[in-house]
Design a protein around this ligand. Structure first.
Ligand code: TYD
Length: 207
């Protein structure tokens, strides 16, 4: 089972993931968590290039290819072997981030990105994707106070609004894969909803 968490800036994905993984492990599941961009020695180096605030000259196409390069490494080095061993893999961001940010956000052609995604991942798509939906104006304010500001955060609010609208459109197009949660709710409510959604998919229905 391959699960991905997606969302605009400050949606809280990254802080929810460790608690979620611990909960699932206590329930008896083998769980591996990964984070994008990064999650491998090579991917972490690519991450630095992408996130450095002084790389303001980065071209959107170069940006797209770098995210895909980091992902190709992660899929082959970490995700595929774990899935083959029967582990539940939960990734903090994956291909839908590229569609939302580099596609809807920057306006790169979505079909082209889809083809490049298939190349980078060898066609590996998630079984379940949870969108933690939040207004980017709220999310960016949250992020600014926590002090984790990076080059992507510095794009204009309109860019981040397009990203959010893009996510909602992706979820609308594939309702069986996506679950949308309101990440504007109190943290405990979001965590409870996440656990319920994922457990329901992991546990086969009893007959
Ligand atoms: P990060 O600090 O990990 O933020 P978050 O906790 O929100 O995931 O930064 C990752 C940034 O990279 C975030 O702004 C989203 C962006 N991103 C893309 O634009 N495209 C991608 O394919 C991926 C994986 C991330």
């Amino acid at each position: 089972m391959f699960i991905t968490l997606e969302g605009p800036e400050g949606s809280g994905k990254t802080s929810h993931l460790p608690d979620l993984a611990d909960f699932l492990r206590e329930d008896g599941w083998n769980v591996l968590t990964t984070r994008e961009p990064g999650g491998t020695a090579i991917g972490d180096q690519v991450r630095q290039v992408l996130m450095r605030s002084d790389n303001t000259a980065m071209n959107p196409r170069a940006e797209t290819l770098l995210f895909l390069a980091a992902r190709a490494q992660l899929v082959n080095e970490v995700i595929r072997p774990a899935l083959a061993a029967g582990t539940v893999v939960i990734s903090d961001r994956y291909g839908d981030s590229t569609l939302a940010y580099q596609g809807y956000g920057h306006g790169n052609d979505l079909d082209t990105i889809r083809q490049m995604l298939a190349f980078a991942t060898g066609g590996l798509t998630p079984d379940l994707t949870v969108l933690l939906d939040v207004d980017p104006a709220v999310g960016l304010r949250r992020k600014k106070t926590v002090g984790e500001w990076n080059r992507m955060d510095a794009y204009q609010l309109e860019f981040h609004q397009r990203v959010r609208a893009g996510y909602l459109e992706l979820a609308r197009q594939e309702p069986r894969r996506w679950v949308v949660l309101d990440a504007g709710q109190p943290r405990e409510m979001v965590q409870t909803a996440l656990r319920q959604v994922i457990l329901a998919r992991l546990t086969p229905p009893s007959v």
